[in-house]
Ligand binder design. Structure first.
Ligand code: FES
Length: 107
């Protein structure tokens, strides 16, 4: 298996209704994960991009949270419609999508 250039972690944490921290599941992270999977498959990007669902990444108030390594870029409030932009501009183009990054005081 070739080492991927980028590794994308999508928070798929769930918490009970009414929990003070909420969760990315409540923010629709499942659809974000599915969109990453669909686009990676459709574009045959398996050798370039690794994708992992994960538990809480920290900024629960900014779900759906997506973390990209090795860059250490945290995206927040990601919607399925943002996935193509993240792939094109950042994962393939090398330029993080500043408008989707969580505030500097959060990450
Ligand atoms: S629940 Fe997703 S970042 Fe905490």
């Amino acid at each position: 298996m070739p080492r991927p250039a980028k590794h994308v972690f999508v928070c798929t944490q769930n918490r009970p209704a009414g929990h003070p921290r909420g969760s990315c599941t409540n923010s629709g992270c499942g659809q974000v994960m599915n969109e990453f999977m669909s686009q990676i498959q459709a574009r045959n990007l398996f050798d370039k991009i690794a994708l992992t669902n994960t538990g809480c990444l920290g900024p629960c108030g900014f779900g759906s949270s997506v973390l990209v390594y090795p860059d250490g870029v945290m995206y927040g409030k990601v919607k399925p419609t943002d996935v193509a932009t993240i792939i094109d501009q950042h994962l393939l183009g090398g330029e993080p999508v500043v408008s989707l990054q969580v505030p500097a005081e959060v990450w």
